[in-house]
Design a binder for this molecule. Structure first.
Ligand code: BGC
Length: 378
């Protein structure tokens, strides 16, 4: 089984004709397209020369944002009035494959206020344009780019759900780093008259976000998972009870808010290695994870491997890839997580009863594996 080729095929086969990538075709709860997953999937497609697939995804995002851009005006009005943003004012984290908001369920929202994806797609788009030189796409997407920057300007300091769709009461350094990555990408587009003003704003905001991260997101020499938002004139404070989270890798890779060798990044990686990397195994999200019993996540294992390649530790990166290969199903499919060494086994069955077996294939797992594979090869 050629896992690399299979991964490409799984992604292409599961891309909707309109450009959306379904998170997982066999897991009903994931029959949506997330901007977060999608941006990494499109990035992976770019790495293997599947430019049309990536471009179709970015066009799909552009149409979705254009469709809901009027919500940014609503949001602005609400914030001016001092009101708490609700579903009429936020841009969702996931959409149906046709590009619409999912029907709202009675039990309120399933964590749709997650701001990281609006940074990720801008970052991914910029990578796509760099690689392909497709300036026309940038021009075509001017309006959704502008709407995204305006949206990020309004929301970046608001508490929202993290990338695991939890803890809406906090701010999250991972999400802030995605925003930084997206804004920084737009800041480089001042050459386009239609974007000149937006690029300037994006550059200023990126600087603010980075300062915020440097000032408030480091504790005991390493990055932390959550922050209490600023309140009543008090600066944001670290949430000390949360341990390290593997998504903090994103601060350096790919969003480059900090250098790969920045001391606080190195200390964060060491904490991830110590607390979250099972020897000879995969990487957990965070220690208290109970989702499907809290297994090792393929995409995070590939992400750490990717970091290893870029910091000159290819042998370790290969180990990560080898472990991922060992988890593939007979047909080559990669799951979201591997359940062999769970952190909270008693929580596994209740999730299976609620939503069915662990999602597999998960397109984001395949995407990160492609990225790791290419990084090792190059
Ligand atoms: C994860 C998200 C992801 C979604 C779809 C959730 O369980 O926490 O990060 O975007 O699944 O893959």
């Amino acid at each position: 089984m050629d896992l690399f080729q299979h991964s490409i095929n799984v992604i292409l086969k599961n891309q909707h004709p309109e450009g959306a990538y379904i998170a997982s075709p066999s897991f009903e709860t994931y029959h949506f397209c997330w901007l977060r997953d999608g941006s990494f999937i499109a990035y992976a497609m770019d790495q293997v020369g599947q430019y049309a697939s990536a471009a179709a995804f970015y066009r799909w995002v552009g149409r979705v944002i254009t469709r809901y851009a009027a919500k940014v005006d609503v949001l602005e009005g609400m914030l001016e009035r001092g009101a708490k943003p609700d579903h009429t004012a936020i841009l969702n984290t996931r959409f149906t494959l046709e590009g619409y908001e999912e029907p709202r369920s009675d039990d309120g929202e399933w964590g749709n206020f997650q701001v990281d994806g609006y940074g990720s797609w801008l970052w991914g788009l910029a990578e796509h344009v760099k690689l392909t030189g497709d300036q026309a796409l940038r021009l075509e997407l001017v309006e959704p780019i502008k709407a995204s920057v305006r949206y990020l300007q309004l929301v970046w300091q608001l508490p929202n759900y993290d990338c695991w769709e939890e803890h809406p009461e906090y701010l999250h350094p991972y999400s802030l780093a995605s925003i930084y990555g997206g804004l920084k990408a737009v800041a480089a587009w001042s050459d386009l008259p239609q974007l000149a003003e937006c690029a300037k704003l994006a550059g200023e905001l990126a600087g603010e976000v980075k300062r915020f991260l440097s000032d408030f997101a480091i504790h005991d020499g390493r990055f932390i998972k959550h922050l209490h938002p600023a309140q009543k004139g008090q600066p944001p404070k670290p949430v000390l009870k949360s341990g390290v989270d593997a998504s903090l890798l994103g601060l350096a890779l790919p969003y480059a808010a900090f250098d790969l060798n920045d001391p606080a990044i190195s200390a964060t990686i060491q904490a991830i290695e110590k607390d979250l990397h099972l020897p000879n195994g995969g990487v957990y999200r965070y220690k208290e994870d109970v989702y499907y019993g809290g297994g090792e996540w393929i995409l995070l294992t590939a992400w750490l491997g990717w970091y290893y390649v870029l910091t000159g530790k290819k042998a370790q990166a290969r180990e990560m890839l080898k472990w991922i290969e060992s988890t593939a199903a007979e047909n080559g499919d990669l799951a979201e997580q591997i359940s062999a060494h769970q952190l909270a086994p008693e929580h596994f069955t209740p999730w299976v009863e609620k939503w069915g077996q662990v999602a597999s294939p998960l397109l984001w797992s395949h995407a990160m594996t492609i990225i790791l594979h290419k990084a090792i090869e190059d």
